[in-house]
Write a protein that binds this ligand. Structure first.
Ligand code: AMP
Ligand code: MG
Length: 406
């Protein structure tokens, strides 16, 4: 592949290559309690009709609406239908049963009037005259939401609170989901020093690993290890071989550019990692490297500059993890620019933004410039970045752009 910008993939093309090339993670069975954020690897059908019976939705009295139609407004209370009890039987239309929310509608009854609309004197319930009584008033009828055997969850669904409720309601204490990827973040660079170590004037703190781990953690990825390696070909080869043996995903930062000590691409090649692309027509983060290891491992070499590495993680690594989990892709959130913005036309541009509310446009993305890709301090207060496509020089206020949140 040449290095001319015109020959490089666009971000959209690069993302498509990533999604196409990554390998699916194995399937495992996990208990309901640990399924939040996991991706379903099986389909789920309704165990029963939902609701499973005609369900009372208000605390009140249940009776036959036919009696009301015939002019009856007071009913002798013949008993109580509590939630969790088998249905009682009301034989006499002059009577009613107390009925609780969540109870099955008693036999012989077809409506419920709430306690707020009646008074009880000497065991007789007297209903207000203007209650709009009709069949199934305040009754959630059996099978209204789903029928037994209906497909409720498809493979590839990411499980949030509603989906987990559906699994539980389908009588499933466990579900088959994709395993969580084992990820290692590998910082490279002789100049990097951990936050808890003494530091010289010419050294810098190692911050990328923490930022990337934070972004992954916010998306539910917790199996994340870390390493820090020097700019040394032999050490890199040795340690990366070990990481390839124990991880599904390697995310390197630094060492992928054209410098004398940027060994990452040649080391990965030596270890049998097949290059899919090196460089994307974008700014920042143009030197990004992506390849597939000999056992199908996903390997990213992200540029070391802090803004570049974070942007590349969200634009490529997060979609790669989703694809490995075979999650159904979700459409990107789009937000209009809150101010016009000018860029050089030949590369896609990742622009940090603050999401604000504008009285005329609703939610807008306000451009927040950094002083280059090394300036992560300027990201403070921003919500993420928008992607501006290559081509136009001037993007007007209102230009609709995909938003990637930090
Ligand atoms: P590189 O991509 O290795 O050429 O690094 C580009 C710039 O990013 C250099 O100024 C590095 O010092 C800086 N850098 C690389 N890795 C990190 C890191 N983990 N944390 C903070 N800065 C980094
Ligand atoms: Mg470096």
């Amino acid at each position: 592949m040449t290095t001319g910008a015109s020959a490089l993939p666009t971000p959209g093309e690069a993302e498509a290559l990533v999604r196409e090339r990554v390998q699916p993670l194995p399937v495992e069975s996990r208990p309901l309690e640990s399924l939040a954020g996991a991706v379903l690897a099986q389909s789920v059908r309704s165990e029963r009709d939902q609701p499973p019976f005609n369900r009372v939705t208000m605390d009140g009295i249940a009776f036959a609406s036919l009696a009301w139609r015939d002019g009856r407004r007071s009913f002798r209370v013949a008993g109580t239908q509590a939630a969790g009890q088998p249905p009682l039987h009301l034989a006499d239309p002059a009577e009613c049963l107390e009925a609780m929310t969540g109870a099955v509608l008693p036999h012989g009854c077809d409506c419920v009037v709430p306690v707020e609309r009646l008074r009880v004197e000497d065991g007789i319930a007297i209903v207000e005259d203007d209650v709009p009584v009709e069949p199934f008033l305040n009754v959630h009828t059996r099978g209204l939401d789903a029928r037994e055997g209906d497909l409720l969850l498809a493979r590839g669904t990411r499980l949030g609170a509603p989906e987990i409720a559906v699994l539980a309601s389908a009588g499933m204490p466990r579900a088959d989901v994709r395993a969580e990827p084992r990820i290692v973040i590998v910082a490279t660079g002789d100049e990097l020093v951990a936050p808890d170590e003494p530091i010289a004037a010419w050294q810098v703190r190692r911050s990328n690993s923490y930022a990337l781990r934070g972004a992954l953690s916010l998306r539910g990825y917790q199996r994340v290890a870390e390493d820090h390696l020097p700019d040394d070909h032999a050490v890199l080869a040795d340690r990366l071989a070990a990481h390839l043996a124990t991880h599904d995903v390697i995310v390197l930062t630094g060492g992928v550019s054209m410098g004398r000590y940027d060994h990452v691409p040649s080391v990965l090649r030596q270890l049998g990692v097949t290059e899919v692309f090196h460089k994307v027509a974008q700014r920042p983060g143009k030197p990004i490297w992506f390849g597939i290891g000999p056992a199908g491992q996903t390997v990213f070499g992200l540029p070391g500059n802090p803004v570049s590495s974070l942007v590349c993680l969200l634009r490529y690594v997060v979609p790669a993890l989703s694809a490995m989990q075979t999650a159904q892709p979700r459409p990107a959130e789009h937000v209009p620019l809150g101010a016009a913005f000018k860029v050089k036309p030949e590369l896609a541009y990742f622009l940090p933004v603050q999401v604000e509310h504008s009285p005329t446009l609703g939610l807008v993305a306000m451009p927040r410039l950094t002083r280059g890709s090394g300036d992560f301090i300027s990201l403070l207060g921003t919500d993420g970045f928008v992607e501006l496509p290559p081509g136009p020089r001037d993007f007007p206020c209102g230009h609709l752009a995909p938003l990637y949140r930090w």
